[in-house]
Design a protein around this ligand. Structure first.
Ligand SMILES: Cc1ncc(COP(=O)(O)O)c(C=O)c1O
Length: 373
């Protein structure tokens, strides 16, 4: 018997979430962001499935774009961090990659290479202070690109630092700077919105939105799940119970005795651990679903295993004393029943990190919702 842990990825859910993002901005086109192996969902599988339905993809850098082309993905692909080395320019021309230019060295590189690039996204730094040009540089870069004859279209882009915080004024400030700069350069097509902005902020219409985390059905906002936002979770991480034992009052469980039983109950050991990407920082009480019943982490996460107990069901119709955990029972670590956002919250991180940092160890199984019906 193989280790029973697997990540089941619903490709149709990703397509539905992409279409959802476009319905929110019907005048915009959308770059499906599949960087970092499609946030851990498998970039080749995701992009192959979405290829006929997307306007374009976005990745961080050329290696990720090459991987998609090698898998016969034909849609345009934007390199969000642009080109790092001079020899990338001819490849971008040959393979139809669009590029961000976020510094003047990249501009000089393109002019030296004389490569023809269909779309260049010029990035304005409106306050993130991570990548991007200032307003004066943007004017120079846009004018130079237009005069170069190398580029069919120049798009003006920026990235928000706080779009996930609806109480912050920073997004308005960034948008104001962006709109000022766009007036100066003569009203280019724009691209500003990540998932949080797509779902909750008023952003310029008619340009390119850049949905990332929402494609995977995960919320960018603290305290709200993707499902609550109308998204469909795309990854279900499932495993099985591989051992069951009784513990008595005062018995401790796992490394460092992190959990102590306060009443007699069963402990189920489940095949998943930090070696698979399940966060070691998860606290006692982090939810899991045990054959659909509510259960929770009890004891420290090990490399290959976690220990769980049924949550206190004393007030429910079925007291926990009556429910015996069986070897081989299905466990959902996150998915439809257990929001990944909640596991992330209980582990001091965000849903983005949990799915993206999954290791290669869990088997991937791809399905489409359509196939099920
Ligand atoms: C420039 C840029 N645009 C869009 C995205 C997608 O963001 P999100 O996953 O929050 O939708 C990212 C992700 O980090 C990004 O770096």
């Amino acid at each position: 018997m193989a280790r029973p842990l697997k990540a089941i990825i619903d490709l149709e859910a990703i397509k539905i979430n992409y279409q959802f993002s476009k319905k929110l901005h019907p005048t915009c086109k959308a770059l499906a962001v599949v960087k970092s192996d499609a946030y851990g969902h498998g970039a080749v599988d995701v992009a192959t499935y979405l290829d006929d339905d997307v306007d374009a993809f976005a990745v961080a850098a050329i290696e990720e774009a090459l991987q998609l082309r090698e898998a016969d993905v034909t849609s345009p692909i934007l390199l969000l961090e642009g080109v790092f080395e001079q020899n990338e320019w001819p490849l971008c021309e040959e393979l139809g990659f669009w590029c961000v230019i976020e510094n003047t060295t990249q501009l000089d590189g393109l002019l030296n290479a004389q490569s023809k690039i269909e779309k260049v996204f010029v990035k304005l730094d409106t306050g993130m202070h991570r990548l991007g040009l200032n307003s004066l540089q943007v004017e120079h870069v846009v004018d130079t690109l237009k005069a170069s004859g190398l580029v069919e279209e120049v798009v003006l882009m920026t990235h928000f630092s706080c779009a996930d915080d609806l109480s912050s004024l920073e997004t308005i400030k960034q948008l104001t700077l962006f709109e000022e700069a766009n007036r100066t350069v003569g009203h280019l097509t724009t691209s500003v919105a990540n998932s949080a902005a797509i779902m909750k902020w008023s952003v310029p219409e008619g340009g390119w939105i850049r949905p990332g985390i929402m494609l995977y059905g995960i919320s960018p906002f603290v305290g709200v799940t993707g499902t609550q936002l109308g998204l469909k979770p795309a990854m279900q991480l499932v495993s099985k119970v591989i051992s069951v034992r009784d513990v008595n009052i005062g018995d401790t469980v796992g490394y460092s005795q992190q959990y102590t039983a306060e009443h007699p109950h069963q402990i189920a050991t489940v095949a998943v651990g930090y070696g698979d990407g399940y966060p070691r920082s998860s606290e006692n009480g982090t939810p899991v679903a045990l054959s659909g019943d509510t259960a929770e982490l009890a004891g420290r996460v090990s490399m290959d295993m976690i220990t769980v107990k049924l949550s206190n069901q004393a007030s429910s119709e079925r007291p926990h004393q009556e429910r015996k955990i069986q070897l081989g029972e299905e466990v959902e670590l996150w998915g439809e029943q257990v929001p990944v956002e909640e596991v992330a919250y209980r582990s001091g991180t965000i849903g983005y990190e949990l799915v993206t940092r999954m290791t290669q160890r869990p088997m991937r199984e791809y399905k489409t919702t359509k196939e099920q019906s």
